[in-house]
Design a protein. Structure first.
Length: 276
């Protein structure tokens, strides 16, 4: 399998199409020790290549798909848009932050351990989808010694009083996945003018050179028309969190809409009666 040198460098997060073309034409790029100055050159994808930019070795990933096993540090968030702590993606080399890379699953901010980062969407779905029953093993360190009675309760299963947090987390995850699809990091730059910043406006996405046409197709309408598996899964996780908050222990994704509406109507009538 081969890939054009310019596309290869872009896939490694080394810059825009124009930047990569200038580096190649200027003889700044070396692949496996050989200078590449032809923008039409092809790169073999039969293994990881040694790439140098002006004598500096650049970290690279295998293509077309790569898998990174990361030992997640505490006080980091498994998100491209962290809220309180640095993102796990900030632990990667700088150029890796500009490529299409997602975490397989999620570890909470204070949780440490192995997490896989990849650009293989199908692999990600196979590992994270509940349908495939991929087991996870956690090791928990407690502040105080646990009695056997507590262990027995945990083995049987306990109901946590954090439904609102669960709903918020599922909603954030859904929004994050949609935003990553709408505005891929390798396609857009987030910009803001001094006037916009002063007025309190947020940063806005602007297509990188060469991605204008592609970005125009990334709309919510097109996303929901395609309905990829990861989108369905995220919606099901949110629905499940809401159903749990309502106390619907028998809820499944196959529950008919009519039954859901019947229960919501009954709940609203009950609350209206209580308020009166």
């Amino acid at each position: 399998m081969h890939m054009n040198i310019i596309k290869y460098l872009q896939a490694q997060g080394l810059g825009s199409r124009k930047q990569c073309q200038n580096w190649v034409k200027g003889g700044w790029i070396a692949i496996d020790g050989e200078i590449v100055d032809d923008t039409k050159a092809e790169v073999h994808l039969d293994g990881r290549r040694v790439v140098k930019l002006d004598e500096d070795t650049v970290p690279t990933v295998d293509l077309p798909y790569f898998y990174i096993l990361l030992n997640k540090a505490p006080d980091t968030e498994t998100s491209h848009k962290p809220q309180q702590y640095p993102s796990v993606f900030s632990l990667l080399p700088n150029n890796f932050r500009d490529i299409d890379i997602q975490a397989v699953g999620r570890l909470d901010a204070d949780t440490t351990g192995a997490i896989i980062l990849t650009n293989d969407g199908q692999f990600n779905h196979r590992v994270t989808s509940p349908k495939h029953h991929v087991a996870k093993i956690y090791r928990v360190t407690l502040k105080h010694a646990a009695e056997q009675s507590l262990c027995d309760k945990l083995i049987k299963g306990v109901l946590l009083d954090d439904e609102h947090e669960t709903i918020a987390a599922a909603a954030r995850r859904l929004n994050e996945l949609r935003e990553n699809w709408l505005n891929p990091a390798e396609w857009v730059d987030w910009v803001i003018t001094p006037e916009e910043e002063k007025a309190g406006f947020p940063r806005r996405p602007v297509a990188k050179p060469g991605h204008e046409a592609e970005l125009k197709k990334r709309t919510l309408t097109n996303l929901y028309n395609q309905r990829p598996a990861w989108l369905d899964l995220a919606h099901k996780e949110l629905d499940k969190a809401v159903a749990t908050a309502y106390g619907w222990t028998d809820y499944t994704a196959e529950m008919p809409d009519e039954e859901i509406l019947r229960r919501l109507l009954a709940l609203n009538l009950e609350r209206a009666t209580q308020a009166a």
